[in-house]
Design a protein around this ligand. Structure first.
Ligand code: CTP
Ligand code: MG
Length: 230
């Protein structure tokens, strides 16, 4: 099938506490968003890239790649899922959507290749990149004071969900629409697909594909990007 990348880039980056949204901070000579868009656009299986940008964003148009012929800009929404849903309107029903956070500039072609395998897999309706949790996981007693442990979760089967996440576009559109209408909290694409009752493949992947969230993530991302060049 044709693979179309969908990139939510309409967040404000509150946890980053920078003077602009984190996707517009520079890593070397390019912004985070340019690293991300280039990694996707240069992959031979990706036909085009739909990017969701805030309505009054003053930064996007200044990027050298803003008017590339492989790129379509759409308006972002209130939540990440709304941004993704808007962008999906530019993906045809018979195509597959590969959704990837703007804030993950370290994604590699190898990461994308391993995810693309799920297109052929029986019994699943798409998949996500993920990495096993490393620390012991505690469930807190909700609302307790002092905050204390309710119990220890079994770490064995716990994974961090990363992006990209890959699904048939029609299934993702329908699942997201229904989940949003039902007011389900949707923090990644897979949660909408799971909620709709389908099976999502987990692909054990490279943990260098970090999401830039806090200030200390910038030098870490720069380190991983440098490693790719050497
Ligand atoms: N995003 C989006 N539309 C929103 C919120 C988030 O397109 N309404 C995008 C962000 O730009 C980012 C990705 O979703 O690329 C992951 O979200 P997150 O890391 O939470 O980014 P922000 O929401 O910008 O950061 P914060 O939560 O710290 O404010
Ligand atoms: Mg956010």
């Amino acid at each position: 099938p044709t693979i179309v990348a969908v990139v939510p880039a309409a967040g404000i980056g509150s946890r980053m506490q920078a003077d602009r949204p984190k996707q517009y901070l520079k890593l070397g000579n390019k912004t985070v968003l340019e690293h991300t868009l280039s990694a996707l656009a240069t992959h031979p299986r990706i036909a085009r890239v739909i990017v969701a940008v805030s309505r009054n964003d003053p930064y996007f148009d200044t990027l050298p790649l803003a008017h590339s012929d492989w790129l379509i800009r759409v308006e972002g929404g209130t939540e990440r899922a709304d941004s993704v849903f808007n962008a999906l309107q530019y993906v045809d029903d018979d195509e597959w959507a590969l959704v990837h956070d703007a804030a993950r500039p370290c994604v590699t072609h190898m990461d994308i290749d391993s995810l693309l395998e799920v297109v052929q897999w029986p019994d699943v309706k798409g998949g996500i990149l993920a990495t096993p949790v490393r620390d012991t996981m505690k469930r807190a007693q909700a609302g307790s004071l002092p905050l204390h442990v309710a119990h220890t979760e079994c770490r064995e089967d716990l994974w961090h969900a990363l992006t990209p996440q890959l699904f048939p576009a029609s299934l993702l559109k329908n699942s997201l629409r229904e989940a949003l209408n039902a007011n389900i909290r949707i923090t990644d694409e897979a949660s909408a697909i799971e909620w709709a009752g389908y099976r999502v493949a987990l692909i054990d992947s490279n943990p260098a594909n970090i999401k830039i969230t806090r200030p200390a993530d910038m030098p870490l991302a720069a380190f991983y990007l440098n490693q790719q060049d050497t």
